[in-house]
Design a protein around this ligand. Structure first.
Ligand SMILES: [Mn+2]
Length: 389
């Protein structure tokens, strides 16, 4: 499969680093969690805008009119996370690798000083998969010309220009809205489905994302809408999928598995993958038992390092394993403040409304017999502990 994504991202990166040979810069950026939806929407929509730009350009000017002096717009998909953390997004990495895209093909937000790029060039920003900017991203606001998002409209911190083009609708996946927008624009250009057909990896990315976000239209999660269904049908026609029921299930299984596959992560990456900070407590939750985590190389050093990076005093590690039924365990650790760790540990052990049913295992590790308790249940108890000090 020829891969338009790879060549385009490489080209854009080259253009931006090596020359000033462009007119407008158009940035397409998703939200800071950089989940599959955000990553896919920014890449596919940037590629679409680039394609559309070229379609229109060819129509309005002949070849010889476009002399050496004419400049193009460029369209840059930016993944809203730091490059160093990309390995943590295991499902994004999995899907991209499968389509031939590697980390080196992608552009991350710490690759450029976005602030000065916006200041020094003619820039437009398209927001996908969010419309309330994170504190770090507020400087983008004045440059936003278009928003595509599937969250409930929140105008509490709305600072966008009046003519910003908006598609904000509650559906299961932002990829659904991007698919529909591309479909409609292709129709206007008289090129029904052509972008999808010319960019099969993009169609595959949108398809996979909608399935993951709607948990394959599961009734239990209730995320899918008729709009998501309609776009999935369209993509299945483009991708010529013969057996949609099987294929949808296969894609869901494969991505869910990739999402929880942490076998290639280091201890320090595991501590950063899914973490919350409450008071001065770092609370990472692992898709493996803590007992197993502590057997990794440098696990204790990694805990020390991440505690100091995140300016926390103590770590409450939470583990879960599903390989043969559900098991949970936990450990409180504070290499530099053992006294505090002991106190928090006793507080959790003695907590009785309701009890976590913590039982001693090796070293600091405790088995947690109350299997229904997740980080959500630990957070208020940790807060209570700090009030009691
Ligand atoms: Mn989303």
């Amino acid at each position: 499969m020829t891969n338009n994504i790879v060549t385009l991202t490489r080209m854009l990166d080259y253009v931006l680093r090596k020359s000033n040979d462009y007119d407008n810069i158009n940035i397409v950026i998703g939200n800071e969690s950089c989940d599959l939806d955000s990553a896919v929407c920014s890449i596919v929509y940037a590629l679409y805008l680039n394609w559309q730009h070229n379609q229109i350009k060819c129509k309005v000017c002949t070849k010889d009119k476009r002399g050496a002096s004419s400049k193009d717009d460029i369209f840059i998909p930016i993944l809203n996370m730091v490059r160093q953390d990309f390995a943590l997004k295991t499902e994004v990495m999995y899907l991209f690798n499968k389509l031939g895209i590697t980390e080196g093909d992608l552009i991350f937000r710490n690759d450029y000083d976005l602030c000065s790029l916006l200041r020094d060039s003619k820039c437009n920003v398209v927001l996908v998969d969010h419309h309330v900017l994170a504190a770090n991203d507020v400087f983008l606001s004045a440059f936003v010309t278009e928003i595509i998002d599937h969250r409930p409209l929140d105008k509490s911190r709305w600072t966008y220009k009046g003519d910003t083009r908006l598609i904000i609708e509650i559906v299961g996946s932002c990829a659904t809205l991007v698919t529909r927008r591309i479909k409609e624009m292709c129709l206007l250009l008289g090129k029904e489905f052509q972008f999808f057909k010319d960019h099969m990896p993009c169609s595959q990315m949108l398809y996979s994302t909608i399935i993951l976000d709607t948990v394959n239209f599961s009734k239990e999660f209730n995320k899918g809408t008729p709009e998501d269904e309609e776009m999935i049908d369209l993509l299945e026609r483009v991708l010529m999928i013969e057996n949609p029921i099987d294929e949808r299930q296969r894609v869901l299984d494969e991505l869910t598995k990739a999402k929880s596959d942490v076998s290639k992560l280091t201890a320090s990456q595991l501590l950063r993958k899914d973490v919350k900070i409450v008071e001065d407590v770092l609370i990472p939750s692992f898709p493996m038992l803590v007992e197993e985590f502590l057997r990794l190389d440098d696990a204790v050093d990694a805990v020390k390092e991440v505690l100091s990076q995140r300016e926390c005093l103590v770590a409450l590690l939470l583990g879960m394993d599903l390989t043969s039924g559900m098991k949970r365990d936990m450990a409180v650790m504070s290499p530099n403040n053992e006294n505090l760790a002991e106190k928090l540990d006793s507080f959790l052990v003695e907590w009785s409304s309701p009890s976590f049913e913590l039982r001693p295992r090796d070293g600091a590790v405790r088995g947690q017999l109350r299997l229904s308790a997740t980080r959500k249940q630990y957070v208020p108890v940790v807060q209570e502990f700090f009030r009691s000090l």
